[in-house]
Design a protein around this ligand. Sequence first.
Ligand code: SAM
Ligand code: SF4
Length: 326
Amino acid sequence: MIKDSFDRVHNYLRISLTDNCNLRCFYCMPEEDYEFTQASKLMHAAEISSLAEIFAGAGVNKIRLTGGEPLVRKDAAQIILSLSKLPVDLSFTTNGVRIHDFIDVLLEAKIKSINISLDTLDADKFRIITRRDLFQQVRNNIDLLLEHQIKVKINVVLMKEFNDHEILDFIAWTKEVPVEVRFIEFMPFEGNRWTSNQVVSLEDILARVQTKYTFTSMEAGQNDTAKHYQIAGHAGTFAIISTMTEPFCGTCNRMRLTADGKLKNCLFSITETDLLSPLRRGEDVLPLIQECIAGKAEALGGQFSGLFKNINPDTIHNRSMITIGG
Ligand code: SAM
Ligand code: SF4
């Protein structure tokens, strides 16, 4: 079992397969020209499987693959199929662009649920956010997953006066379509030009939904990061991930392995533990994993607390989101 000093059991591992991506979301990629990590520095497929097995042996029962974009990796299918043999609930977070190339693999791996990022229902705005003209392809791929009875959760990062006016459009979408729309508060990372006045808070979101709909709260799971809501008569549901205004650190069970094999004990952790180099030297990495998690800060990587409006993003030390994976 992997536990931190606050007695939180860590049984959920997020693995980034690459920091490369086929989209260029402006809030995720650093502003300066970004150089993707060389392939030799990334974990190989076999190394990912070995590390995943070690984590599973230490009590991890949930693994999420992420990126960058996990499905741009040439050996993504091999990795998915290999990890699907472990006794874990395997899922992933993707921008949805390449789902049609992987549908057979997803079915073979018995993937039950996928998170797809889609911050707008407007094709022009999609092009502005991602700098690519692939809105329709992503929409079609969402339908493809639903046709195959794979549950779809839609990640929507909200930014004030940019896409917050679409909150009700996303809710309207859940009337007939059985997706879970998850509104995410915008978070600060290296180079993403975050300012506190861009954050659309949980309170703002609920107030906006209330102007048109009556909703009820759904019961929360033990380690849920999202607060879930239901609207009577809607096939889908909505949820809010309130990292900035109501963090959920008290019940955190997550660890993050970057594509270059570094373990982060928190999304906002300053320090990282290299697992890949010792693994390549044939050393036992489990003690390093235990030590890394034992050193986890109580909340938000120990980097900030209190009112999000007082956060100075220049004082936060972290990788950019594209190199962590969310
Ligand atoms: N490429 C995949 C995707 O877009 O789903 C997986 C990686 S992406 C980094 C994982 C999630 O992080 C996405 O849902 C994305 O919208 C979210 N994300 C990226 N930057 C963020 C930020 N600054 N604040 C909140 N969420 C962010
Ligand atoms: Fe790529 Fe996902 Fe980041 Fe967009 S949010 S740039 S799709 S990694």
